[in-house]
Design a protein around this ligand. Structure first.
Ligand code: ATP
Ligand code: MG
Length: 766
């Protein structure tokens, strides 16, 4: 165990002050990489060394991964034993744990299900249908995000109508039935003994508001409260923290207003800006030295964020090496972007001997990952993707989890609908609809109806009623078993009993094999989960515990195998708080980053902060790439480099030769084929008309499917060797149609790169 002195020796003066101040509320506002998370980590270690019991400390992080990491660091500093009983996790995981303990008070049972986004959407869809509303107007996704927004602002379904402001907006007036849908949704969730993600925070607030004795209990339990990434808390989170800290006032929060990037989920930057007024005696600490990044990266990030009007001025400097300039990679197409980035990764890997785990590719949207995946696979570069379709979202896994959910919570109607006819039991859609209707009319759960079809006068024939009863009885007897078995034993039993095994054994198709493997993987995961909990001193690990853990994984947490050497791919949102030696920020184009959905200066500033977050993840090297054309919804679009590129001090960034041209020649720059591309790249090499056609967005359907385009280009394709009377031989780098004429960009070696109209150029193909 480390001594207090040795602990504090690992901090600079400002950090030290922040760590040892524990007499009242404190706030650290500081730029990226300045050690905010380190201050929290060391503060907890400091408190533990000063005799605080770990179970009296509550630390809230943004992702489960961040919590695990922090716990590991603390265990390294003060020993595993001391770190073990800390309350550390995301808001959702900590408060769902509390809600399970107190569930009965607010009308749930401790086995409540956590509905994920697709469960919620499915409930909403059926409500919209049932209410006979137009789902083009009442789009389930839109309704879902409005409900989420309301909950994050502590507006319940029953109080919604009283918020005149919310009802007045144009958007709200287009969906006048919203509050009815919200109320019905809340009712359906309650009936299913289910909470959605946002409910965790809403109900925690309700619990504390309506049960002062519970609040008192937790208030006296937590002697100290710490919150990381405070700039991205929403009102519901802020009020929880405020209530818990109200008496003892020992609360420490850290954040950076320049990294507030979750306002679309209801995060409110005012929480950090108004901390002082909420906690009048709070002390403000500033940290200015960035320990993460080279001087160049810090300066580039500073120059970028200066362009935002709304920000707290900060002085951030680095004493690390100056470092290399930011490298810009310009690609002709999105496919080529993937190729060039993968090539750079491979080069660095062999030249610098950086392991793959030192690399990250960060993008604005999950959909961008595919090109990089393909390019990395071609080079055998191992990678891991966070977010996207996770393991737990795969069909076979969702099927099995639905059984688990139903067995621990038979009221879970979404789970019931999913498993009642999988594997096939002859219970068709019509029957399920009848069950749903009856449940609604009788105000009971689907489970109650299938348990006694006769009583509920379900209009089905005898054999069907029997099938429903059989299913009911099978689930019921498993739920009896659930009382005796641990999570792993029960999971094995369920998979055997409900017929999934047989279903999977039926054919040997590759997909079936991989589905079987996935289910095996799930069982292994449950086994490990049980062992880990036993190691942590817990007994009686039920399936509820496992489900609770799984349902609270955030999109940032999907992969837990952290030890292997893999490159990381994730959205910038997910990369918050992390750091990598080499960072590639990709897809730096208008309409992608900043996103095409931006409609106000405020939103544009948030996008710029997002770019700031991306830049500041880099320790040594930062690359930014963009493609000049990109496939979107099956269509090729020409793009422009992101305006944010010119926000960075141009002395700190290496622009490729053609960048200025691309940037100045608005609106449509001539597409330039990158010289660094080896000619053997199949999809880009000479000849294939298909790849050439991909570069002609204006081509009509007929053109695209015939040779017309080919002919109108005079037979020239990208990669062709051609001869020009004046400039000699050259290679065609790019083609573009302009006002019905074809323009080629041709590299004539010593005679330079020329843009020529084919109509006049009289090229000879060699
Ligand atoms: P972000 O805003 O991105 O979340 P942060 O302010 O939380 O950043 P940390 O992640 O705590 O910053 O620190 C950035 C890096 O600098 C980490 O690797 C951390 O260990 C290191 N670091 C911070 N302070 C010191 C210090 N005094 N001595 C050595 N390394 C430090
Ligand atoms: Mg941090």
């Amino acid at each position: 165990m480390i001594s207090l002195e040795a602990l504090l020796d690992q901090l600079n003066e400002n950090q030290k002050e922040a760590v040892v101040y524990n007499d009242g509320p404190s706030l650290v506002i500081a730029g990226a990489g300045s050690g905010k998370t380190r201050v929290l980590t060391f503060k907890i270690a400091y408190l533990l060394l000063n005799g605080y019991h770990p179970s009296t400390i509550l630390a809230l992080t943004f992702t489960n991964k961040a919590a695990r990491e922090m716990k590991r660091r603390i265990a390294d500093l003060v020993g595993h034993e001391r770190a073990r009983w800390l309350w550390m996790g995301t808001f959702h995981s900590i408060f769902s744990r509390m809600l399970r303990a107190e569930a009965e008070r607010i009308g749930f049972t401790r086995d409540f299900t956590v509905y994920d986004a697709s469960d919620s959407r499915s409930v909403l869809k059926s409500i919209i249908k049932e209410m006979q509303l137009d789902d083009k107007v009442y789009k389930p996704g839109l309704i879902q995000s409005r409900i989420s927004y309301a909950k994050n602002n502590l507006i319940t379904a029953s109080s919604y109508e009283t918020y005149a402001d919310l009802l007045k907006s144009d958007a709200a007036q287009r969906i006048p039935q919203f509050s009815r849908i919200y109320a019905e949704y809340a009712y359906q969730c309650r009936k299913a003994n289910a909470m959605d993600f946002d409910d965790m925070l809403l109900y925690a607030n309700i619990l504390f508001r309506d049960f002062p004795e519970v609040l008192d209990d937790y208030r006296s339990r937590f002697q100290f409260i710490l919150v990381d990434e405070y700039q991205d808390t929403n009102l519901a989170q802020h009020i929880i923290v405020k209530r818990l800290a109200e008496i003892h006032q020992r609360i420490a929060v850290v954040g950076d207003d320049a990294q507030s990037i979750y306002s679309f989920r209801g995060a409110n930057i005012d929480n950090i800006l108004q901390f002082k007024s909420q906690f009048p005696n709070s002390k403000l600490f500033k940290l200015e030295q960035n320990y993460r990044s080279t001087q160049n990266i810090v300066a580039a990030a500073n120059s970028l964020i200066q362009k935002n009007k709304a920000q707290i001025q900060k002085n951030v400097f680095s004493e690390k090496n100056k470092g290399t300039r930011i490298q810009l990679i310009s690609a002709l197409t999105d496919t080529e972007e993937g190729y060039l980035v993968a090539k750079e990764v491979a080069d660095l890997y062999y030249q610098e001997h950086d392991p793959y785990s030192d690399f990250a590719i960060l993008y604005r949207t999950n959909a961008q990952s595919r090109n990089f995946e393909e390019a990395l696979r071609e080079r055998n570069i191992p990678y891991r993707i966070y977010g996207g379709l996770s393991f737990y979202q795969r069909k076979e896994i969702r099927d099995v989890l639905a059984y688990f959910r139903l067995i621990v919570n038979p009221s879970d109607s979404e789970a019931l609908k999913r498993c009642i006819n999988y594997p096939a039991r002859g219970i068709g859609e019509t029957t399920i609809n009848k069950v749903s209707d009856s449940a609604r009319q009788n105000q009971v759960s689907l489970w109650s109806v299938i348990g006694d079809p006769q009583f509920f006068q379900l209009p089905v024939n005898k054999p069907t009623a029997q099938k429903l009863l059989n299913f009911h009885d099978m689930i019921y007897s498993l739920s009896v078993e659930a009382q005796k078995l641990d999570a792993y034993e029960l999971a094995v039993k369920i998979i055997k009993t409900v017929g999934i095994n047989e279903d999977m054994l039926e054919d040997n198709a590759v997909e079936t094999l991989s589905r079987r493997e996935n289910i095996q993987e799930l069982l292994t995961g449950i086994h490990e989960f049980c062992e880990q909990k036993v190691n942590e001193g817990e007994t009686q690990i039920g399936l509820t515990d496992f489900l609770s853990e799984v349902s609270l994984l955030t999109d940032q947490d999907m992969d837990t195998a952290e030890s292997t050497d893999k490159l990381t791919m994730m959205t910038i949102h997910a990369a918050k708080g992390l750091e990598f030696r080499n960072v590639f920020i990709v897809g730096m184009e208008e309409d992608l980053f900043p996103s095409g959905y931006v409609s106000s200066d405020r939103e544009l500033e948030e996008e710029r902060r997002l770019f700031y977050v991306a830049l500041t993840r880099a320790e040594e090297r930062c690359y930014i790439s963009y493609a000049k054309s990109r496939f979107k919804n099956g269509q090729l679009n020409f793009t422009h480099p992101s305006r944010f590129l010119s926000d960075i001090d141009q002395a700190l960034i290496d622009l490729p030769a053609d960048f200025r041209q691309a940037h100045v020649e608005q609106p449509k720059p001539l597409e330039v084929y990158n010289k660094n591309m080896p000619p053997q790249r199949p999809s880009m090499s000479s000849g294939p008309v298909s790849s050439w056609k991909r570069l002609t967005p204006g081509a009509s359907k007929e053109e695209a499917s015939s040779d017309t385009v080919y002919q109108s280009g005079g037979g020239v394709t990208i990669g062709n060797k051609v001869y020009h009377e004046k400039f000699g031989t050259g290679v065609v780098l790019a083609l573009e149609q302009m006002d019905g004429n074809w323009k080629a960009n041709i590299d004539f070696g010593d005679n330079g790169t020329r843009a020529l109209l084919l109509k006049y150029a009289k090229l000879k193909i060699l």
